[in-house]
Design a protein. Structure first.
Length: 372
């Protein structure tokens, strides 16, 4: 069996083929559908992610995030979080790869970059939560942290709200100053502003920072928040790493994406069980419960989990199939004699079969995960 590989060039062509807006819209809709199935008990949550923490040579973490669709497939994302990457190595803070395996045989069926996928699905998850919990006429977006994630956070929100103005702040002034150029495709008024102003004027705030463990909050505790403010808290992804003032959390309805994981390493790690509200899946399954919260302070505790990656990969593979993108590579060793690992001529080669990206035919549809 061959592995369907989407290279960097394929992903670029994929985005160019459908456009950023259509791609984001499809991921938003797919996440909303998939999370609603979780809320209705028709689909299982992914296990919590695991990983390693490193201090040297540069601080960071490396994680694995699995999701299983019984009888169909297993999706596994491996992802590294290295805040020093942009300045020291010219690399994204988050690097990753997403692999898809056949649930019956264990064969590797697809492989794709996880950098763009992670950024898009994280922004899309915030759009799903915000569409449920924020005021429908929200026009002012606040961004605390103006790095790579701020681009897709803002892009996703513009797909579901009539956004007019953006207020951004970052501990690195160059990040805040360059944001307007990076999101110029959105045609918005982007201003650099201090956190107190953002708290006072924004309808929706996204916090997506690399604040160190114990270094928060990144929003001022004494700020005059708008009564209907909705916050997408993105950056709490380690034990002890949080972004929001505790008083704000306790006054808000806090909705976690993955309740168990959020209690371990999200904003919810500082809350008692009775202080944590309905999960995002529960709200997707019952939008009326979310809409009743729109006139009060709400927080989406986004820790990110593998079902989101599974669903986003599903969308990317579908688009790749629609546009004949990707390569079929014989990555795994499938010996001619399954009982002899030294039978180095694979069964595939022995049969004289070769495929390229354009020769996938029916196999392309077979390897793309069916929409549930």
């Amino acid at each position: 069996m061959e592995t369907w590989v989407l290279t960097e060039r394929d992903v670029t062509r994929l985005v160019e083929s459908v456009g950023r807006d259509a791609l984001m819209d499809r991921v938003i809709d797919r996440l909303a559908e998939g999370l609603a199935e979780v809320g209705r008990g028709r689909r299982a949550l992914s296990p919590q992610r695991g990983g390693f923490t490193r201090e040297e040579p540069v601080p960071g973490i490396w994680e694995w995030m699995p999701h299983r669709e019984p009888g169909d497939s297993i999706t596994l994302k491996t992802v590294g979080y290295s805040p020093a990457n942009p300045g020291r190595f010219g690399l994204p803070t988050i690097l990753g790869t997403v692999a898809r395996y056949d649930d019956t045989t264990g064969a590797l069926t697809a492989l794709i970059d996880g950098v763009l996928l992670t950024a898009i699905r994280t922004g899309a998850a915030s759009a799903v939560a915000s569409r449920l919990l924020a005021a429908p006429d929200s026009r002012v977006i606040g961004l605390i942290g103006a790095g790579a994630q701020s681009v897709t956070q803002l892009h996703a929100l513009t797909r579901v709200f009539p956004v007019e103005r953006v207020l951004a702040w970052d501990t690195d002034p160059s990040h805040a100053a360059s944001l307007a150029d990076r999101v110029a495709f959105l045609g918005l008024d982007v201003q650099v502003a201090e956190p107190h102003r953002i708290a006072a004027e924004a309808d929706i705030i996204c916090t997506a920072t690399t604040v160190p463990v114990g270094g928060g909050p990144v929003l001022p505790a004494d700020a005059a928040f708008r009564p209907h403010l909705h916050v997408n808290a993105i950056g709490a992804d380690l034990v002890g790493k949080t972004e929001l003032p505790l008083d704000l959390l306790r006054r808000a309805h806090v909705s976690p994406d993955h309740p168990e994981q959020a209690r371990h390493e999200g904003e919810c790690q500082r809350l008692a069980p009775h202080e944590i509200g309905l999960s995002l899946g529960e709200l997707c399954a019952d939008p009326s419960a979310a809409h009743a919260l729109r006139d009060r302070l709400t927080v989406f505790d986004s820790t990110g989990f593998a079902l989101e990656d599974h669903l986003a990969m599903e969308v990317l593979l579908e688009i790749a199939a629609e546009h004949d993108l990707g390569l079929r590579l014989q990555i795994e060793h499938h010996p001619a004699d399954a009982l002899d690992p030294y039978a180095l001529t694979s069964a595939h080669t022995a049969a004289g079969s070769t495929t390229t990206g354009a020769d996938t035919g029916a196999n392309t549809a077979a390897l793309a995960v069916d929409r549930v």
